[in-house]
Design a binder for this molecule. Structure first.
Ligand code: GLC
Length: 743
């Protein structure tokens, strides 16, 4: 007993010391910032709110005149799109050696899925459902970026998206807020690490706040209009998870929400972000998003836009120079207060302090470290693993008595056809930072590393755009003389990402016609579909023998594809966005409402299309394996729960096939009746499990009242007593189910 008391006393003392230490550090930080604020001129304060774009990369519609003079005059707080130890050092020295207060600069960049070593685009990597892997990708991305002198990334992008016409679905984690929230947290932790003042960790920036992923018509930058309930239940959770994970900064989005542009939206930037969520970092606008409030018709002038933005809680102006040009006058006119200005400056100075830049402005600048870390084996090995886990097997039918995939060892002649086969640049995908296409393993090179060169023959067949079919004949000729045809089709790097919405989401150019000609040869066909979004590939799904969806997989794309085709890796990916049969079904997603007239084939007065099924081509959570998995013995620990009780859901998962493999077992619930209608399914858990052939495991999930909460009729976030269903299975459609009640 005495020992226990001693342990308790010691831990209380240690806890007290650490709190005191934390408070001391905080007080030290506040004192430091107060001391700088007290001597800053108005120009110097406004300078800290000014984020200026360098010209080493162009990621927005405007470029800059030279800004070195502004830096020397202390009128720039941060730079984006400048990287590399030498280039960063040059500008940091300008700021630190020439300005009166020697305040260091932040250096930001879009490190979205890697800096030099490029990992799969986020939409693809999310298909791994491997949270640990995703966190490590962010960690390794930060290492390479920090080694190049950067200390701030405009990532993670966490915009929920249910409309594949929108090109930026490529940068996000799909349609589900539960999965996207876990991924958002993993990326923030990956980028920011344990301590921000570690030279290999960087400030993250969760974007684009908020609901940028729901533009009308799927057209980028278009209006977003939704209920507060939809906003809070579906679109806000990933941002909140990032804030709870300690994300250092938030980026306001281009879109208006309910009539108010995000960059001037006090409900978003102050009420929700700060008052409800307690966010302490700073908010940066997206590229000239403050200026664009004039286009929105929300501000009569840029000066007015600046006042609306600062009053809404926007701290830093990306590339718009609105704060730079007008805040002094707005202050003189009393349109903004010095207190507000000081608050914004304080938030920015605190991040610089926490990054260790006051202690050492050159902390991130080490040429030797840059060389050692860039393209390290750790980076390239992880890029391969991430690429493999990102691949989704959508179809794999029998051919001559066996599944077509993995490729038979006895295959004699492989035709490799399509614009993505011998292609380095497009493997990198959108937002590929400083990825070097010359480092990319193409699919052709990957296959040649696995199979004798003599059995592989390649022809491009078609391009991504236009009507030119000149490559068809050689493609058909090659197919006819081969045992098997592997087609690499889909989108190039420019057909998804920012400002890249598509009104039709089929195979671009004449690729569909190429596939039709190749199917006519009667040869077995494997389609490897690579794109920054789901594509409408229903014809393909009916007419080829096997389909892999592979997003854009990054530097190790070809090695990953070859490992999967050869069977050296058994694909385990699961879709994170629904694949529609037709663009006419969009928006289409799994977590839909039942409606008053759910589809009933026997009754025409029910919710349906005359010309197509309501069902998606491939549902959320779908992905096959070379083996097969069986779910059985679904059992609940009790028939009802109340208050703080938890319900244990157990089931047996068996690998019934002949390959070892990984399965993502998914848990969904349905609240049958609520004070507002509830979705027919909501993802509430998943486990990625490795099972050897023939092996089985009993797995379990736990459900508590917290998992059942939603915004009720009065917008209170709570769970309502009533009947529920629980589902467990391999995707959002093929599920075992059971009933329980919340008392
Ligand atoms: C772009 C994007 C944003 C990016 C920023 C800086 O317009 O919308 O995601 O972080 O500008 O490149």
């Amino acid at each position: 007993m005495k020992k226990l008391k001693l342990i308790l006393l010691t831990s209380l003392i240690l806890f007290g010391i650490s709190c005191k230490k934390l408070n001391t550090n905080n007080n030290k930080l506040e004192t430091k910032v107060d001391s700088i604020l007290a001597i800053m001129t108005l120009d110097e304060k406004i300078g800290q709110l000014n984020l200026v774009a360098g010209n080493m990369d162009q990621t927005g519609p405007t470029t800059n005149k030279e800004y070195e003079k502004d830096i020397k005059d202390g009128r720039v707080g941060a730079i984006l799109n400048v990287y590399g130890v030498e280039q960063v050092r040059k500008l940091q020295e300008l700021a630190v050696k020439n300005t009166r207060l020697r305040i260091p600069l932040l250096f930001g960049y879009d490190v979205i899925h890697g800096f030099k070593t490029i990992f799969p685009i986020p939409l693809a990597e999310a298909c791994s459902w491997d949270i640990e892997l995703i966190e490590k990708t962010a960690r390794l991305s930060a290492e390479e970026a920090c080694a190049a002198g950067l200390n701030w990334t405009f990532s993670p992008m966490v915009d929920i998206a249910r409309d594949p016409r929108w090109g930026r679905v490529a940068e996000g984690s799909g349609e589900d807020c539960y999965l996207a929230s876990l991924i958002a947290k993993a990326r923030v932790i990956g980028y920011q690490g344990e301590k921000l003042n570690d030279p290999l960790t960087m400030a993250a920036c969760v974007k684009h706040f908020a609901a940028y992923g729901a533009p009308i018509g799927g057209r980028d930058y278009n209006t977003v209009d939704m209920s507060d309930r939809m906003l809070r239940e579906t679109y806000l959770p990933p941002y909140k998870t990032a804030v709870d994970a300690g994300v250092a900064t938030v980026m306001s989005s281009f879109n208006e929400l309910d009539g108010v542009p995000s960059s001037g939206n006090k409900y978003l930037l102050t009420q929700i972000l700060r008052n409800e969520w307690g966010f302490k970092g700073f908010v940066v606008s997206d590229w000239t998003a403050i200026n664009e409030m004039v286009n929105h018709g929300y501000a009569a002038s840029e000066k007015k836009a600046g006042e609306l933005a600062l009053n809404a809680g926007l701290d830093m102006d990306m590339q718009g120079a609105v704060y730079f040009n007008y805040l002094k006058k707005s202050l003189d006119e009393g349109k903004i207060s010095e207190k507000q200005l000081n608050e914004s400056v304080r938030r920015i100075l605190k991040l610089k302090y926490n990054l260790g830049l006051f202690a050492n402005p050159y902390l991130y600048l080490d040429n030797k470290r840059e060389k050692e870390i860039t393209y390290s084996k750790r980076h390239l090995d992880h890029a391969l693993l991430s690429a493999k886990e990102s691949i989704v097997l959508l179809k794999n039918t029998d051919y001559k008595g066996r599944k077509l995939l993995p490729l038979s060892k006895s295959v004699k002649k492989i035709a490799l056809i399509g614009p993505l086969a011998d292609n380095k640049k497009d493997m990198l995908g959108t937002w590929n930072a400083q990825g070097d296409e010359n480092k990319v393993t193409t699919i052709l090179a990957g296959l040649k590393s696995k199979y004798p060169e003599s059995i592989i023959e390649y022809t491009k067949g078609s391009d991504f755009n236009g009507k030119d079919k000149v490559g068809f004949n050689s493609a058909i000729t090659l197919a006819l003389k081969s045992d098997i045809v592997i087609c690499t089709i889909g989108e190039n790097i420019d057909q998804s990402g920012e400002a890249a919405s598509r009104s039709e989401i089929g195979l671009p150019g004449v690729q569909q016609e190429l596939m039709e000609e190749l199917v006519k040869t009667g040869k077995p066909i494997i389609a490897i579909v690579m794109a920054g979004r789901p594509l409408t590939i229903e014809w393909l799904s009916k007419n080829v023998n096997a389909i892999l969806f592979a997003g854009h997989l990054g530097t190790r794309a070809g090695d990953a594809i070859a490992d999967v085709l050869s069977g050296d890796y058994n694909p385990s990916g699961k879709l994170v966005m629904t694949f529609p049969r037709s663009i006419g079904q969009v928006p289409i997603f799994y977590s839909t409402k039942n409606t008053g007239r759910p589809f009933d084939a026997k009754n025409s007065y029910t919710s349906k299309y005359l010309d197509i099924s309501n069902d998606p081509l491939f549902p959320f959570g779908f992905g096959l394996s070379y083996t097969s998995f069986e779910y059985s013995n679904l059992k609940l620990s009790k028939q009802s729960i109340q208050n703080s009780e938890s319900l244990t859901v157990t089931f047996t998962l068996k690998n019934t096939g002949k390959y070892d493999g990984e399965e993502v077992a998914q848990l969904y619930i349905r609240d049958l009746v609520g004070s507002v209608t509830r979705p027919v399914k909501e993802l509430k858990g998943f486990k990625k499990v490795f099972l050897k052939s023939g092996e089985q495991k009993e797995l379990s999930f736990s459900i508590t009242e917290n998992d059942l909460k939603f915004y009720d009729a009065n917008m209170k976030f709570l769970a309502e007593p009533g009947k529920f269903k629980v589902f467990v299975g391999s995707n959002s459609v093929e599920l075992l189910e059971a009933d329980f009640e919340l008392l």
